[in-house]
Design a protein around this ligand. Structure first.
Ligand SMILES: [Zn+2]
Length: 132
């Protein structure tokens, strides 16, 4: 018998919040820009309704915002570390273009994952097992 995924692993791998077996997205590949946000209406495995109401995933924008802020803070810390060990000359006020360019590139690179994981986190927070 396969070991069940933990809630955190299920969240990060976009698995169903109830059964944690299948992806909530029709195309499980993250870097697909064509059907990036196309989700199953219900889980193919356990039939959990993944679209409980119209506009349910609008709230995932708050999760996305928090993750994007965390990403930009991580970029800032990485640049400061590179400056501290002497690999890059960086100061937040003296080299703003370096920070904006690095943050922009990092955001573009991880956008598909952040978009999907934000919806996944939102689903895991608010979709629960139905009471029988
Ligand atoms: Zn399921």
């Amino acid at each position: 018998m396969a070991k069940e995924k933990s809630a955190v692993v299920a969240m990060l791998t976009h698995s169903c919040p109830v059964c944690r077996k299948t992806s909530i997205y029709k195309n499980p590949a993250v870097y697909t820009y064509i059907d990036l946000g196309v989700m199953h209406a219900e889980c193919p495995e356990c039939k959990t309704n993944l679209m409980p109401e119209t506009g349910f995933y609008f709230g995932a924008a708050y999760v996305s915002w928090a993750l994007t802020v965390a990403l930009w803070v991580s970029v800032l810390v990485a640049l400061k570390v590179l400056d501290a060990i002497g690999l890059l000359e960086f100061g937040f006020l003296t080299h703003p273009i370096t920070f904006l360019t690095s943050g922009g590139v990092a955001t573009i690179l991880v956008f598909p994952y952040l978009f999907r994981v934000s919806r996944s986190i939102w689903a895991h927070l608010f979709i629960r097992v139905k009471a029988i």
